[in-house]
Ligand binder design. Structure first.
Ligand SMILES: C[S@@+](CC[C@H](N)C(=O)[O-])C[C@H]1O[C@@H](n2cnc3c(N)ncnc32)[C@H](O)[C@@H]1O
Length: 308
């Protein structure tokens, strides 16, 4: 080492030592509290978890959720946790349960994790952490992906389903748990057109739809005249709604693929449902922002849940 280089190293040494000491350990967003096993089973049940699923547990602790999903339903997947010790514990537990080849555990930040492979996400985090996570879920998850949380929610994104169960051995709070299911909705917003055979020939229908999470807002017309649009529901890539005019109610259901909805319609007067297809002639944009825009008539609404 040249004397010049040695002097530079000596000058920089205190800075390097300070930086090393001051480098913060990654702070956990949520303390470790395990989900009681009866809640784990209820979460997997509400999420309708099955053999074809790929499950990711965000903040996986001792790995109990992915391990139970693998042993009971043959699911594949992984868990991530900032706590290296818990990750090692989870890996050992997976090996012991004989599912070490189906579920993996990684020491990493859930916010830096690619969630794109998931068909089911599980989480026992906090409301504030879930809210920070929400944009990542909408950016990375496919429509139809189920998200199951224990006790904590996603703010103004209402769950599609919620159950409450008794938990006699709960570590804190009252001896019960809320378990909630959210399904990532496809984006149905925009202007849609379709035709139905009418007495005087084909009748052009049009629906102008806006969407906030899984809730549809909008209006419809038939032959240029306003008609009732009601009872709209979205579940993943599936939609259903009712259109009503003087002739009666038409009940539509279908699945979206790109700018096409294909399905069937039940017409007034009974008879078997007919095939039906709608085309999107103008795209919209699903609103997943924290602050609502509102303004249009609400035609569908989810269940409500209280703040914890
Ligand atoms: C309440 S525990 C839940 C453990 C497990 N999912 C269960 O339900 O039994 C939350 C876990 O999240 C982990 N965690 C907190 N912040 C995290 C982050 N940013 N990235 C990954 N894991 C995190 C904690 O270390 C803790 O193990």
């Amino acid at each position: 080492m040249s004397p010049h280089f040695a002097r530079r190293v000596l000058r920089l040494l205190p800075v390097a030592v300070f930086c090393f000491q001051a480098a913060p350990a990654l702070a956990s967003d949520v303390p470790y509290v395990p989900t009681p096993m009866n809640v784990v089973d209820a979460m997997l049940g509400l999420g309708a978890v099955g053999p074809g699923d790929f499950l990711i547990d965000l903040g996986s602790g001792d790995g109990r959720i992915p391990i139970r999903a693998a042993t009971r339903y043959g699911v594949r997947g992984f868990g991530v946790d900032l706590d290296d010790g818990l990750v090692r514990q989870a890996r050992a537990a997976a090996e012991k349960a004989g599912v070490g080849d189906r579920v993996a555990f990684e020491a990493r930040n859930l916010f830096d994790t690619d969630l794109g492979r998931a068909t089911v996400i599980t989480a026992y985090l906090l409301n504030s952490v879930n809210l920070r996570l929400r944009p990542q879920l909408f950016a990375q998850l496919k429509p139809g992906t189920r998200i199951v949380t224990h006790d904590f929610h996603f703010g103004d994104w209402q769950p599609d389903q919620k159950i409450t169960i008794d938990v006699p051995d709960k570590a804190y709070g009252p001896p019960r748990s809320d378990i909630m299911l959210w399904v990532i909705p496809a984006d149905f917003s925009g202007v849609w057109q379709w035709s139905l055979p009418g007495a005087g020939g084909d009748l052009r229908h049009e629906a102008q739809l806006s969407q906030k999470f899984q809730v549809l807002y909008g209006r419809a017309s038939a032959g240029g005249r306003p008609v009732l649009l009601a009872d709209a529901r979205i579940r993943g890539d599936a939609v259903s709604f009712t259109v009503g005019d003087a002739a009666g109610l038409q009940r539509y259901s279908g699945r979206i693929s790109g700018d096409t909805i294909s399905g069937e319609v039940s017409l007034p007067g009974g008879g078997s449902p007919q095939a039906w297809q709608a085309k999107r002639i103008k795209s919209g944009r699903m609103d997943v922002s924290a602050a609502g825009r509102g303004g249009l008539h609400v035609v569908a609404a989810g269940n409500s849940t209280k703040e914890q």
